[in-house]
Design a binder for this molecule. Structure first.
Ligand code: DOR
Ligand code: ZN
Length: 344
């Protein structure tokens, strides 16, 4: 039985760091585990200009523990009216690594999102030309589509069209949750990839309703049936360079989760690698973790691989019941559980 595993330092290709006090309290959880991370722009107001992206990056760096070596990679939030020249200037100036497409009202702070792909056609054209990746929250938002079907319907109604109309555009289907999405990405061209979260690999939708309503398992896209979780696990351990690590860590204060209308999001940054290694170990695929966590992402983004290493060992990690953030509590993913692996 493998007792220790040393891999190239991993990166996280999808995170929410928030802002203000929350940012100060959460950024180092990610920076302790990952060398780089793609930072989502869904602040209030959203990050839609080069100046806002640069200022946000400065706030992240100011909040960072100076002993940690971590690079935030910034994203631009697409709106119906965003100016393509702003997006491309941000990319060429090294501020924006990618753009994020939130369908309007799909999730937290997405009310300024895109209401129709035709509204951003000139931006997508410019991104395709410049090789700037498009990161997609892939869910339709019409109220008449069942919440568990929103990702699969998005593939048919939106994603297929984007891929057809912009065949050279680099597209990341973010935090996929369905067999349909895993198959769609596997069958698409090499410029289409996907991130997979630790939580969608670990539980199915039953966890949200286990003996009562469990808000700390609620995120968007919502967890689906078991067959979908199994399809995601298969994709993650496949060795295909189209699938890579993106935690979608999304902290919310406990009161915002345990509420009559609780927020979507799971704070998995503190034990993210312990969670992924558990999945890969259960699948007898520890040899596939390095590709997924440390190689496929930078290869897709056209960035260098990290130089350092991370060692994981088979030694129990006890995840606390809660963590203190902003003088309140936040419940981490795997709260109260004993995980079999530790980051050394
Ligand atoms: O669960 C989620 N939380 N999904 C998202 O798409 C957004 C995120 C957040 O910002 O809280
Ligand atoms: Zn997200």
């Amino acid at each position: 039985m493998t007792q220790t595993l040393t891999i190239r330092r991993p990166d996280d290709w999808h995170i929410h760091l928030r802002d203000g006090h929350m940012l100060k309290d959460v950024v180092n959880y990610t920076a302790r585990q990952f060398a780089r991370a793609i930072v989502m722009p869904n602040l209030t107001p959203p990050v839609t200009t080069v100046a806002a992206g640069r200022a946000y990056r400065d706030r992240i760096l100011a909040a960072l523990d100076p002993t940690l070596d971590f690079t935030p990679l910034m994203t631009c939030y697409l709106t119906d009216t965003i100016d393509p020249s702003e997006v491309i200037a941000g990319h060429s100036e090294g501020v924006f690594t990618a753009c994020k497409l939130y369908p309007a009202n799909a999730t937290t702070n997405s009310s300024h999102g895109v209401t129709g792909i035709k509204n951003i056609s000139s931006v997508l054209d410019a991104m395709q030309k410049s090789g700037m990746p498009l990161l997609v929250h892939g869910e339709v938002t019409h109220k008449d589509v069942d919440i568990f079907d929103r990702e699969a319907v998005f593939i048919d109604e939106v994603m297929t069209g984007i891929i057809a109309d912009y065949p050279e555009l680099k597209v990341v289907f973010e935090h996929i949750t369905t067999q349909e999405a895993a198959e769609f990405v596997a069958e698409a061209g090499p410029n289409v990839a996907a991130t997979i979260t630790p939580h969608h690999l670990a539980f199915n939708r039953n966890a949200i309703f286990q003996g009562g309503i469990r808000p700390h398992y609620y995120c968007l896209p919502i967890a689906k049936r078991e067959k979908h979780r199994l399809a995601l696990r298969k994709a993650a351990i496949s060795g295909s360079s189209k699938f890579f690590l993106g935690t979608d860590t999304a902290p919310h204060a406990i009161g915002a989760k345990e509420s009559a209308c609780g927020c979507a999001g799971i704070f998995n940054a503190p034990y993210a690698m312990e969670s992924y290694v558990k999945t890969f170990d259960e699948e007898n695929a520890l040899d596939k973790l390095e590709g997924f966590a440390s190689e496929h992402g930078p290869q897709f983004y056209g960035l260098p691989l990290n130089e350092g290493t991370m060692t994981l060992e088979r030694r129990e990690t006890l995840v606390p019941e809660k963590l203190t953030v902003m003088e309140t509590n936040i419940i981490p993913f795997h709260a109260g559980e004993a995980l079999e692996w530790s980051v050394v």
